[in-house]
Structure formats: structure tokens, C-alpha cells
Ligand binder design. Structure first.
Ligand code: HEC
Ligand code: HEC
Ligand code: HEC
Ligand code: HEC
Ligand code: HEC
Ligand code: HEC
Length: 350
């Protein structure tokens, strides 16, 4: 869950204020007013936005920086787009620039500030749960086993953004909300870039067809609605959102009638995936030595779909070829009859 330190602090202060008497309240007010202006600025985005939206005030509007992780040199814009920031997941009233840029917390910045700030740490103070869940998921484990680069918080969350700064970069600050339709659409392609088979089968099914038509509001499921965001597990894991124990709840978020038979619906029909046919053939071949395995393979809904698909294609192929053969033969018959009739006619003339 999103951690909002300032909000809980504020609500505590407000409820505290209600309890104390007016004189005490006045004392607090006087203390606050006499405190240094720097402390007051600590919870105010005003000065940051004031400078960082105006190129003439800012003077250094672009800056080359070395990425601390990859070592890549990038030109970054120091200008921020206020509207984009406010629409982002961190743009709420109770969110302050200094929550993330902690170097500047409590500093007076009216005259500017030191140049190279510490990289923002998403994990330590705010998001340690997603970090832990993410790193322990089978997804990350399998990605590592398959020698795929495991993306970091900032890779995914700013990489998936469709906002660009004035120098054409995506800023990790402008993380869109998970309810933003365009952002949801981008996440489908992001998952799909590594899972082509599952992307195709999703797109050929009810949900994906609707999403492909451009409806990606929260009532149409995208990959992460079913599989989860960070703790992505294989469907055979009981804790998986699409595992036996939780799938009714997952589908039930949108389908009030979801029950054990409803969730038998196959979300990713793999009828074009040769792997399932090979497994079936191998199981049939070894049917004598291992009948249990054949039973298990045949019970798999994907195998049933494959068999139905083959039968369907088989019936179509049989019908059309029989029809073709029939037409061909009857055409031969017509030609033959015509030929015979002519021959007969010729005979009669003599
Ligand atoms: C008086 C203008 C001014 C104000 C006010 C200001 N900044 Fe800046 N900021 C700058 C300039 C100029 C730079 C370019 C840094 C440099 O000198 O390389 C910068 C750079 C930055 C950077 C990038 C630093 C880096 O490592 O490259 C961050 C992050 C930043 N500011 C955040 C903030 C925040 C948060 C606030 C409010 C608490 C704020 N700024 C207020 C002028 C300002
Ligand atoms: C949710 C955390 C968060 C908030 C809130 C936030 N920033 Fe940032 N900001 C980042 C991250 C992450 C970076 C990328 C650099 C890094 O990783 O340290 C960044 C980078 C910057 C940069 C450097 C240019 C860039 O795009 O990399 C500036 C300037 C900046 N922020 C200003 C601000 C100002 C001004 C505010 C308040 C209006 C603000 N930030 C609020 C997380 C945040
Ligand atoms: C593999 C890509 C990926 C990585 C890496 C990743 N996330 Fe996410 N995260 C997502 C997706 C997808 C969503 C759901 C859509 C959205 O909200 O953008 C999400 C949602 C979130 C949310 C919204 C809250 C919620 O649970 O609904 C938070 C907070 C978050 N991520 C934090 C993090 C942090 C912190 C890290 C680093 C430890 C991280 N993420 C790493 C993909 C990723
Ligand atoms: C950078 C590539 C990459 C991205 C992006 C990615 N994955 Fe994966 N994913 C993998 C790899 C590699 C595996 C390991 C299994 C494999 O090779 O198919 C995996 C495994 C999985 C598994 C478990 C499969 C199994 O066999 O146990 C699921 C479910 C999954 N991913 C869903 C997602 C979802 C949902 C997203 C988007 C939020 C996503 N993936 C994004 C690379 C990726
Ligand atoms: C409506 C829910 C739903 C959506 C949306 C969805 N999936 Fe799935 N996905 C499932 C279910 C249920 C399974 C397990 C049964 C199966 O294999 O069909 C599954 C299986 C998988 C697997 C195989 C690993 C495993 O856990 O069995 C991968 C990989 C995967 N999905 C990726 C994706 C990707 C990528 C997307 C988006 C393009 C996506 N899924 C969208 C429900 C969904
Ligand atoms: C985020 C909401 C959401 C989730 C989660 C979701 N669905 Fe759906 N589902 C929809 C919408 C919207 C449609 C309507 C698409 C259409 O009109 O064809 C739909 C259509 C369907 C259909 C087509 C038949 C029909 O009623 O039109 C089936 C079957 C289905 N979903 C099964 C599932 C299963 C199984 C799961 C869980 C693995 C699931 N859905 C999860 C929103 C969702």
C-alpha cells in the first residue's frame, strides 16, 4: 500500500489540536510563527515548483548526469511539469517534494540548493513491502534463472510512463496511477514483450479483445489485475492470485457470479502452442507404461481445448475436402455423360 507519512502525521496533529484548550493552541501558533522560515518550508512544494517550472529562475534547465546503476550518461531536464506531477501517483495534496528528495528536507531553498542530490530511495521509508514481495516472487526467481535482467522499481515505474520531460526523457517522478487507462494499456505490452504466447492468447479472448479495442479502464482486466503486481506466482502456487484457492476471489471482483465452474474458463487458450501437442503425443506413446500420466494430461483443460481444436479443424478439413471431391467427381460424371450422349447422337445420325 502507498505509505503516506505526512497524512498520518497531519491527522494526528489535528486530532491532538481538538483535544487541547484554546490558550495552548495559541501558544502553538506563536511558536510556529516564530520558528525559522526554513522549517515552515519543509512541508511546502511552493518554492520547489516556483523555481523548477520557470527556466529563467532556474538558469540550469538541463544537466548531464551519470546513472548510478548503469553508468550511462544522460541529459536530464530540471524543469518539472506541474500538471503531470499532480496527476501522478505521488501528486496528492499531502505529498511533498522533500518526502522523496530527503536531502532537502527542512532546508531553506529560496536561494537554490546544492547540486548533486542523493538518488531517491523508494524502498527504505515508504515501499518496503512491494520490494520484499517482488524480490521473493517466483517471477523474479525464474527471470534470474533465465538470465533476464530483473528490473528495479524505477525501471518499471518510470519506464512504463507515457509522460516525457522537455528533453524527451521519462521522469521517475511522474509515476502514473494504476487506474490510468493509458498506463494500464502500456502495462499489457510491457508484460507481453516477454510473454508473447500469453499476450496473443489474452488478445484472442474475451478480456483481451475488449482491451485491444481500447477499453482499458479498471473494469476490464489487464495482466496485473489477475496476476498481481509484484508478487507474481505460478498458477500452481496456492498463494497465486490465479491459483486454485484465490481465483474465485480474483474473478469475483468483476463477475459477481464467479464460482468453481465459472473459473474453469481458459484465459490463455494455447491451441497454437506446439508444446501441448507434443506432450499429448508423448503421453499417448507411453500410455502403456504410464497410464496415469495420460489421464493427467487429458484432464488438463488446455489439452481438451487442443483436442477440440484438432477435431474442429479435422471436421472442417474433412467436410470441405469431401465436398470438393464430390464436386470434382460429379463434374467428371457430367463430362462423361455429355461425351457419351454426343457419341450416342453421332451413332444415331448414321
Ligand atoms: C532557487 C531555485 C530553486 C529552488 C527553489 C529549488 N531548486 Fe532544485 N534545482 C535548482 C537548480 C538550478 C538545479 C540544477 C542543479 C545544479 O546546479 O546542477 C536544481 C536541481 C534539482 C534536482 C536535481 C539534482 C541533481 O542531483 O541533479 C532536484 C531533485 C531538485 N532540484 C529538487 C528540488 C526540490 C525538491 C526543491 C524544493 C524543496 C527544489 N529543488 C527547489 C534550483 C532550485
Ligand atoms: C515519489 C517521489 C518523488 C517526488 C514526490 C518528487 N520527486 Fe523529483 N525525482 C524523483 C526520482 C526517483 C527522480 C530521479 C532521480 C533519482 O532517482 O534520484 C527525481 C528527479 C528529480 C529531478 C531531476 C530531473 C529528473 O527528472 O531526473 C528534479 C529537478 C526533481 N526531481 C524535482 C522535483 C520537485 C520539484 C518535486 C516536487 C514538486 C519532486 N521532484 C517530487 C522522485 C520524486
Ligand atoms: C516488473 C515491473 C515492476 C517492478 C520492478 C516494480 N513494480 Fe511496482 N507495480 C508494477 C505494476 C504493473 C503495478 C500496477 C500498475 C501501477 O500501479 O502502475 C505496480 C504498482 C505499484 C504500486 C501501487 C500500489 C499498489 O500495490 O497498488 C506501488 C506502491 C509500487 N508498485 C511500488 C514499487 C516499488 C517500491 C518497487 C521496487 C521495489 C516496484 N514497485 C517495482 C510493476 C512493477
Ligand atoms: C523482462 C521480461 C519480463 C517481463 C517484462 C515480465 N516477465 Fe513474467 N517472466 C519472465 C521470465 C523470464 C519468466 C520465467 C519463465 C519463462 O521463461 O517463461 C517469467 C515468469 C512469469 C510467470 C510465471 C510463469 C511460470 O512458468 O511459472 C508469470 C505468471 C508471469 N511471468 C507474468 C508476468 C506479468 C503479469 C508481467 C507484467 C506485469 C510479466 N510477467 C512481465 C520475464 C518477464
Ligand atoms: C482474467 C485473468 C487473466 C488475465 C487478464 C491474464 N491472465 Fe495470465 N493467466 C490467468 C490464469 C487463470 C492462468 C492459469 C491457467 C492458464 O495457464 O491458462 C494464467 C496463466 C498465465 C501464465 C502461465 C504461468 C502460470 O502461472 O500458469 C503466464 C506467463 C501468464 N498467464 C501471463 C499473462 C500475461 C502476460 C497477461 C497479459 C497479456 C495475462 N497473463 C493476462 C489469468 C489471466
Ligand atoms: C477487472 C474486471 C474483470 C476481472 C478481474 C475478470 N473479468 Fe471476465 N470479463 C470482464 C468484462 C468487462 C467482460 C466483458 C467482455 C465482453 O463483453 O465480452 C468479461 C468477460 C468474461 C467472459 C466472457 C463471457 C461473458 O460473460 O461475456 C468470461 C468467460 C470471463 N470474463 C471469465 C473471467 C474469469 C474466469 C476471470 C478470472 C480468472 C475473469 N473473467 C476476471 C471483466 C473482468
Amino acid at each position: 500500500m502507498v505509505y503516506k507519512p505526512k497524512k498520518s502525521l497531519m491527522t494526528e496533529v489535528i486530532s491532538g489540536l481538538k483535544k487541547i484548550q484554546i490558550p495552548a493552541f495559541l501558544v502553538v501558533c506563536v511558536t510556529i510563527v516564530t520558528l525559522s522560515p526554513a522549517l515552515l518550508l519543509a512541508g511546502d512544494n511552493g518554492p520547489c515548483i516556483e523555481c523548477h517550472t520557470k527556466p529563467d529562475k532556474l538558469k540550469v534547465a538541463e544537466k548531464a548526469k551519470i546513472d548510478p546503476v548503469t553508468g550511462e550518461i544522460k541529459v536530464l531536464s530540471m524543469l518539472i511539469d506541474e500538471a503531470t506531477f499532480k496527476a501522478s501517483a505521488h501528486g496528492g495534496e499531502d505529498f511533498f517534494c522533500t518526502d522523496c528528495h530527503q536531502d532537502l528536507d527542512g532546508k531553506d531553498v529560496t536561494e537554490g540548493h546544492k547540486p548533486n542530490l542523493k538518488p531517491v530511495d523508494c524502498i527504505t521509508f515508504c515501499h518496503d513491502d512491494p520490494a520484499e514481495e517482488y524480490l521473493q516472487s517466483t517471477h523474479v526467481k525464474l527471470m534470474r534463472e533465465n538470465n533476464k535482467d530483473v528490473p528495479t522499481c524505477k525501471d518499471c515505474h518510470s519506464g512504463l510512463s507515457y509522460h516525457y520531460t522537455s528533453v524527451g526523457e521519462k521522469s521517475p517522478r511522474d509515476v502514473p496511477r494504476g487506474t490510468d487507462p493509458l498506463h494500464r494499456k502500456l502495462t499489457i505490452d510491457a508484460c507481453g514483450s516477454c510473454h508473447q504466447d500469453y499476450l496473443n492468447s489474452y488478445k484472442n479472448n474475451a478480456h483481451g479483445q475488449v482491451a485491444t479495442l481500447g477499453h482499458t479502464t479498471t473494469d476490464v482486466p489487464v495482466c496485473f489485475d489477475c496476476h498481481g503486481k509484484h508478487k507474481i506466482l505460478n498458477s500452481s502456487d496456492p498463494e497465486s492470485k490465479v491459483g486454485k484457492e484465490r481465483i474465485i476471489e480474483t474473478c469475483g471482483n468483476c463477475h459477481a457470479n464467479a464460482n468453481a465452474s465459472f473459473v474453469k474458463h481458459v484465459e490463455h487458450p494455447q491451441i497454437k502452442n506446439i508444446k501441448y501437442y507434443k506432450t499429448l503425443l508423448a503421453a499417448v506413446k507411453n500410455a502403456r507404461s504410464d497410464p496415469g500420466n495420460l489421464k493427467k494430461v487429458i484432464k488438463n483443460p488446455q489439452t481438451i481445448l487442443c483436442i477440440v481444436f484438432v477435431m474442429y479443424v479435422g471436421i472442417l478439413a474433412f467436410t470441405f475436402s469431401a465436398f470438393g471431391l464430390h464436386s470434382l467427381l460429379s463434374w467428371f460424371a457430367v463430362v462423361r455423360d455429355e461425351y457419351r450422349r454426343k457419341e450416342h447422337g453421332d451413332d444415331e445420325q448414321h
